[in-house]
Design a protein around this ligand. Sequence first.
Ligand SMILES: CC(C)(COP(=O)(O)OP(=O)(O)OC[C@H]1O[C@@H](n2cnc3c(N)ncnc32)[C@H](O)[C@@H]1OP(=O)(O)O)[C@@H](O)C(=O)NCCC(=O)NCCS
Length: 149
Amino acid sequence: MRIKLPRGLELRRARPGDAAGVGALVAQLGHATDGRGFAETFTQVIRHPEAAVFVVAEGVRVVAYLAVSHRPQIHLGGRVATIDELVVDATYRRRGLGAFLLDHALELARGLACVRIEAATARASDDDARAFYAAQGFVEADAVRLRQP
Ligand SMILES: CC(C)(COP(=O)(O)OP(=O)(O)OC[C@H]1O[C@@H](n2cnc3c(N)ncnc32)[C@H](O)[C@@H]1OP(=O)(O)O)[C@@H](O)C(=O)NCCC(=O)NCCS
C-alpha cells in the first residue's frame, strides 16, 4: 500500500536551489557543507543520469532528502540500486517521511528492473537507521565494506 505524506508537505525531485536546504540536513549528521565542493557535488548528483535525489519540502524548507544511485553489475547480470543518503530533519522524524521517501526510491528502482536494492549504514553508531531499514523489510547482508583510510 502506498504511504501517504502528511498534509502541508510535498515530494519532488531536487533542484540546484535545494543545495542549502539539503546541506542543512547533511550538517545535522556532522558533515561539513560549507566548501565550494558541496554545491558542485550536489548539482552533479541531481543531474547524474544514474542517480536521483528526492526531497520532501514544507513550503520552501527542505525537511528530508534521499539520494539513490543505480548501476549495472556484471556478477548480478543486472542493475543494483543503492540508497546512498537518507536524512529526515530531527524535528520531523517518526512521521513516516523516511518510509515515504524510501517507497519512492524503491518504485524508481523497480521501474529500472534493478535486481538488487541495498542501503548502507554505520554498524555500531546507527541504531535508528538499522531499526528503520529493518522496519522497511531490509535484512542485513553477509558483506563487509572496505575502505582506504
Ligand atoms: C533513519 C531515518 C531516515 C528514519 O526517518 P523517519 O522519517 O523518522 O522514519 P519513519 O517515520 O518513516 O519510520 C518508519 C518506521 O521505521 C521504524 N523506525 C524509524 N526510526 C526508528 C528509530 N529511531 N527506532 C526504532 N524504529 C525506528 C519504525 O518502525 C517506524 O514506524 P513507527 O514510527 O510507526 O514505529 C531518520 O531517523 C534519520 O534521518 N536519521 C539520521 C540519518 C540516518 O541515519 N540516515 C540513514 C542512513 S543513510
